[in-house]
Design a protein around this ligand. Structure first.
Ligand SMILES: [Zn+2]
Length: 257
């Protein structure tokens, strides 16, 4: 696929190059709730709707970078708790609609791309319990979860357990503040408790209410201005009004201890 003029002249151009921003988009897109919102007339839309605004904003920045356009305006419905962003790009939509096997070269391009993919995936599919130590990700696609486990182990030495069958088909799923009836069985993977610290230092989550649970569990973390505006950083809290901010532990211990 090349970034030539699109057959339907639909929206922004796209030339697929392996970058962390594109890997992040792929990670978010593999979420169960993503591309299946195909309303009439919206076929070539790249869209994210979620409760956590910093997640939508991170996605907005990543798509804008990949499409080489300005970030788009975020929308919030009157009654909805969710924020939404939407881009039109026939080529990027086509690219993201490919099976994951065709996208692995973009995901595994380098360690930063792998981290960005995993972060997108966990932003979309991850959850952390109130203890801040039980980090899980769920999906209906067991092979996708196995691939995520493979990336965590091989690139970052992060151990997981599962996939285990979690909630069964037909039960109600709440994701991004919205409820769905599950159309397929859902599986979970669990990041080993001893590796959760390592996960946050290597990959991190954009979603602050989830990151906050982890921070609380380990005590004092500080937010540090990174200063490298516009450059992708795989640490937690990518976006602030002032540019990029990252989190660094004040005590550097063995993340596995
Ligand atoms: Zn890369």
């Amino acid at each position: 696929m090349r970034g030539i003029s699109s057959p339907l002249n639909s929206g922004h151009q796209f030339n697929p190059e392996p970058t962390p921003a594109l890997a992040y988009i792929i990670g978010v897109e593999t979420g169960d709730g993503f591309l299946n919102q195909k309303r009439r007339g919206y076929q070539y839309r790249i869209r994210l709707r979620a409760v956590d605004i910093e997640f939508v904003e991170a996605f907005n920045q990543a798509v804008a970078e990949v499409l080489q356009c300005r970030p788009h305006r975020l929308w919030k419905g009157k009654k909805s708790r969710e924020t939404e962003v939407e881009f039109g790009s026939y080529l990027l939509h086509k690219f993201l609609s490919q099976p994951l096997q065709s996208l692995t070269a973009f995901i595994e391009h380098c360690r930063r791309c792998a981290a960005a993919f995993l972060r997108g995936f966990f932003d979309s599919e991850g959850s952390i319990d109130v203890s801040g130590r039980a980090l899980t990700a769920s999906n209906t696609d067991i092979d996708l979860l196995r691939y995520v486990q493979y990336l965590l182990t091989v690139y970052f030495g992060i151990e997981t357990t599962g996939p285990r069958l979690g909630t069964k088909k037909g039960s109600i799923l709440t994701r991004r503040g919205r409820s769905y009836v599950r159309k397929a069985d859902c599986y979970y993977i669990y990041v080993r408790r001893t590796c959760v610290g390592h996960f946050f230092s290597e990959i991190g989550l954009t979603i602050q209410r989830k990151t906050a649970r982890f921070e609380k569990s380990i005590g004092s973390w500080v937010s540090v201005e990174n200063g490298k505006r516009g450059e992708w950083d795989s640490n937690p809290r990518v976006l602030t009004d002032k540019g990029l901010a990252i989190l660094r532990p004040t005590r550097l211990g063995d993340p596995r201890s």
